[in-house]
Design a protein around this ligand. Structure first.
Ligand code: MF3
Ligand code: CO
Length: 247
């Protein structure tokens, strides 16, 4: 069931989004060769709680941290541990914030130090695919229009998309209906209505979009171990332009 949000519910999600944006800005400055992934997680949790929020991911289905830190061939759900970031890697930071019972969710992929062009390009494609999809995030359009826009943007740039994981509705729960796949047919799926809140997340791969989950039960990697990039924002469908709560 897709939950349409009231004005005041959207207001709370905006607050969650505001906290999330501020925390992302702090984290962004900490990304450098040598920093421990666990240190980024510690900073994120501290900065979220300091602002009166709660980390949405911590304890969600048993997830052990406040953020996901996903390096190179790790697509999503990398668990921050004692290992460090290295020059030349690209790192996905995924972050959820709960405020007064409502969630916001966003992800970015950052270069660590000096990074080669191929990797920078993949980051650009993940971002570009999100904004291509945003064009279709309007009342009367369908989820399939968003999905198709992501897929066709990725393909046009010589990349593939992940099919095993999707974006999602979001609100009182981190994951709500409808799923928002990174692939699909235009004119299919649920129709978009004012007051729907969606986390659109592009998961783009330089090789095949096939993925597998590592033995820790969380870390999602490309099967071919080629690079992947992730970009996500929480948005609201309005009667006009979509509103982005996490940018
Ligand atoms: N942005 C991801 C998602 O919405 C992160 C979830 S990590 C989890 O699916 F630990 F919370 F599951
Ligand atoms: Co998400």
């Amino acid at each position: 069931m897709i939950v349409i949000k009231s004005e005041w519910e959207i207001e709370r999600m905006k607050e969650a989004g505001r906290i999330l944006k501020e925390v992302l800005r702090v984290l962004e400055k900490e990304i450098r060769p040598g920093i421990k992934k666990r240190e980024l997680d510690r900073i994120a949790e501290k900065e979220i709680r300091r602002r009166g929020g709660k980390p949405s991911f911590k304890g969600y289905m048993g997830y052990p941290a406040s953020i996901c830190v996903s390096v190179d061939e790790v697509v999503i759900h990398g668990i921050p541990d004692g290992t460090i970031l290295h020059e030349g890697e690209i790192v996905g930071i995924d972050l959820g914030v709960e405020f007064k019972g409502y969630h916001a969710d966003a992800a970015r992929t950052y270069p660590v130090g000096k990074v080669d062009k191929r990797k920078l390009n993949l980051i650009k494609v993940a971002e570009g695919a999100f904004f291509a999809a945003l064009e279709f995030a309007r009342e009367g359009m369908r989820i399939g229009d968003i999905s198709h826009a992501i897929e066709s943007y990725a393909k046009k740039h010589g990349c593939d998309v992940v099919r095993m994981f999707t974006g999602h509705g979001i609100g009182k729960k981190l994951h709500e209906d409808p799923p928002v796949p990174n692939f699909g047919k235009p004119g299919t799926g649920p129709r978009l209505r004012q007051g729907m809140t969606l986390a659109i997340e592009t998961m783009i791969t330089e090789g095949s979009g096939d993925v597998e989950i590592l033995k820790d039960g969380w870390t999602v990697v490309t099967k071919d171990r080629k690079l992947s990039a992730h970009y996500e924002n929480t948005i609201v469908i309005t009667d006009g332009e979509p509103e982005i709560l996490t940018l």
